[in-house]
Design a protein around this ligand. Structure first.
Ligand SMILES: *Cc1c(COP(=O)(O)O)cnc(C)c1O
Length: 388
């Protein structure tokens, strides 16, 4: 071998001693992954390699996928850049032209947009159902129904779904059941135990936990479902950054205490908000005023820090925005599940007329600030809200 220093830069003779162990997962960045022999890189043998390419999997990503899979109790997990990508992955895996898909009318906005703008264009029959329909979903199932999408609680309006009842109905007709389990962070609701076939979550939210990564996961119940998802994951060119995976792995270490703190603080804020004359209803799954509260009580191990409330009908969208702008401790922004509290107003006109609330919806993500400071902040902002 050459002893030229330029070669030594790339092919060193001296290496760090083996046997290093720490409490963290190494960040293994890679496009190229190296094979033991030329024959190992030939198709179809290469497809059986655990690490055929950096986009498919790095060691850091494999570690995160394994942990998410173990927590959710599935067969195997795929990771994506961003939490929207799992939505696309599941739709693209299971739907073909002529298929019928059932999606709750409370679904995450970009999921609804994809169904309307892309799936319909591909000839998929898209039907939005009332989020609280429960077992009555059976009446909507047709011979060409392929996929039942669930999201519980629903985005913004927080309807808790009877996932078990819906899954039982779907399975009587061979329909695949998928769940966006982001609110429960994959741990507060046991999707597979309740009959779900494929789960997804935006790891961006509570698993990341610090508003600094964009990641998603898709977990399948069994090998057959996983195999088709994995093939589409490759077709779509999905992957994940090992640096982001390492931040998600760090997030997992404190997920339990962050969720506990968020649950406790958000409940206290929600109960206080419920006493305000400016507020018509509080939409927090753990409170009886939330649609589907009985399913929360039956099925969930706890709540996170995200909930909504509806302002009295006399208050305009503009007044709701002014209320939010008076808050000193709540930032205005998308995404949630981080350590800093967030507030957003939602125009009721954007909500399905059949279940449109009478007032403006305000959604809060409660962070790790002292809860009494958050309540005091809300109180000063409510003080200038026009009374009825
Ligand atoms: C945020 C969110 C997503 C998407 O995650 P991003 O990483 O922000 O793209 C998907 N589903 C739900 C319910 C979400 O709240």
């Amino acid at each position: 071998m050459s002893t030229d220093w330029k070669t030594k830069l790339l092919r060193p003779g001296k290496r760090a001693p083996e046997g290093f162990r720490s409490l963290t997962t190494a960040v293994t960045r890679a496009s190229t992954t190296c094979f033991p022999s030329a024959a190992d890189a030939l198709y179809p043998r290469v497809a059986a390699q655990p690490y055929p390419y950096g986009l498919t999997l790095t060691e850091t990503a494999a570690e995160l996928a394994a942990r998410i899979c173990e927590l959710e109790g599935g067969h195997d997990t795929l990771l994506t850049l961003g939490g929207k990508a799992p939505v696309v992955l599941i739709y693209m895996t299971f739907l073909r032209p002529g298929d019928h898909v059932l999606i709750p009318d409370s679904v995450y906005g970009p999921s609804m947009e994809f169904a309307n703008d892309v799936l319909k264009g591909f000839g998929v029959e898209v039907e939005f159902y009332r989020a609280t329909i429960g077992g009555e979903i059976e009446a909507l199932i047709k011979p060409n129904t392929r996929l039942l999408w669930c999201e519980s609680p629903g985005s913004v309006t927080m309807e808790v779904q009877d996932v078990r009842g819906m899954a039982e109905a779907a399975h009587r007709h061979g329909v695949i059941v998928a769940l966006d389990n982001t609110w429960a962070a994959g741990v507060l609701f046991d999707a597979f135990e309740h009959g779900v076939d494929v789960t997804m979550q935006a790891l961006t939210k509570y698993v990341g936990g610090h508003s600094d990564i964009l990641m998603g996961s898709v977990t399948a119940k069994d090998p057959a479902l996983f195999k088709t998802l994995k093939a589409m994951h490759r077709h779509l060119g999905y992957g994940s950054s090992p640096d982001d995976c390492s931040l998600a792995l760090r997030g997992l270490q404190t997920l339990a205490i962050r969720l506990e703190a968020a649950e406790k603080a958000a409940l206290k804020v929600a109960e206080w908000v419920a006493t305000r004359p400016e507020v018509a209803t509080v939409l927090h799954p753990a409170l009886p005023s939330c649609p589907g509260h009985e399913f929360f009580k039956r099925d969930f191990k706890g709540a996170c820090g995200l909930f909504s409330f509806v302002l009295q009908p006399h208050l305009t969208l503009e007044q709701a925005c002014e209320f939010i702008d008076r808050l000193a401790l709540f930032e205005v922004g998308f995404s949630w599940g981080g350590v800093v509290s967030l507030a957003l107003a939602y125009d009721p006109a954007t909500i399905n007329p059949e279940r449109r609330p009478d007032g403006v919806v305000v959604r809060l993500s409660i962070g790790l600030e002292a809860v009494d400071d958050l309540i005091a902040d809300l109180e000063q902002a409510f003080a200038d809200v026009p009374k009825a």
